[in-house]
Write a new protein. Structure first.
Length: 279
């Protein structure tokens, strides 16, 4: 019962799955959650291969009752919650003239409000533990990218939310970090559920630039994508470092890309500035 407890969302594949296994290997009691428990086979197999134990539970970040039940259930069973990793999310490709505002709202619901909902439910317990709130965002939360308007807007929102929360949470003993991956070779892209050829065919005047974007993205993923395990190393860093940075990029490529916009790569200058507002 004295082992530290971490809850991770979105663990059916990719970074979430790798982070859950890595955390368990590092000695954390790991609650690996996913929206659909029927998709837990890969997670169970990875845990078995690594020789670790995971507590696999259902949690849908878009359902407030599911979030509350999962977090309260963990605290009831283990008596504590030391860390949360907000990893659940969904990609989206499109441009606003060719989609609806409701399409954009759905993207925000999963990628932004899901993070807000989980964080709100967890914070009382993280305060009690002097714990950590970690959120997997994206380099797309720093640099907006073509045909990713809704997705990047959601990730920008998460980064702004967490950057604003971080100095407040720190005053109450909770460390807040964001982890920014670039391209990761996982099921994230295939889970978009789109047919690129059909999307381009329906793009009208946007077809040529969309084709160029799709070709460039496919090449990048083929040539330089990290593995989920490599990206998950940065999640583990945020989880275990004595004083984790606010902003952590998962690769040299991600650091260089975000560095085109950010001079304060680890977020310490910004938080030093805003943290002083609270003294």
């Amino acid at each position: 019962m004295s082992r530290k407890v971490v809850l991770i969302t979105g663990t059916s594949s990719g970074i979430g799955l790798a982070a859950a296994v890595s955390a368990a290997e590092a000695g954390w009691r790991t609650i690996a959650t996913l929206r659909d428990p029927a998709r837990a086979d890969a997670l169970r197999k990875a845990a078995e291969t690594a020789g670790v134990e995971l507590d696999i539970r259902q949690l849908d970040v878009t359902d407030a009752s599911s979030v509350t039940a999962a977090i309260e259930g963990v605290v009831a069973d283990y008596g504590r919650l030391d860390a949360v990793v907000n990893n659940a999310g969904a990609g989206h490709v499109g441009t606003i003239e060719n989609e609806t505002v409701e399409d954009v709202r759905r993207v925000m619901e999963v990628n932004f409000f899901g993070v807000v909902q989980v964080s709100k439910a967890a914070l009382p317990h993280l305060r009690a533990a002097g714990g950590r709130l970690i959120t997997v965002t994206s380099v797309g939360g720093v640099v907006g990218q073509p045909f990713n308007e809704a997705y990047c807007a959601a990730k920008f929102a998460v980064e702004g939310f967490m950057e604003s929360l971080a100095p407040v949470a720190a005053k109450l003993g909770v460390a807040v970090s964001v982890v920014e991956p670039g391209a990761v070779a996982s099921e994230f892209v295939s889970n978009l559920g789109i047919d690129p050829a059909a999307l381009i065919a329906a793009a009208g005047p946007y077809a040529a630039p969309l084709q160029a974007y799709a070709t460039r993205t496919q090449t990048m993923f083929a040539d330089s994508a990290q593995t989920p395990a490599q990206a998950a190393e940065s999640v583990l860093e945020a989880l275990t470092a004595e004083q984790p940075a606010f902003r952590i990029q998962t690769s040299e490529w991600a650091r260089a890309f975000t560095g085109t916009k950010l001079a304060d790569l680890d977020g310490s200058k910004a938080l030093g500035l805003t943290g002083a507002y609270l003294d």
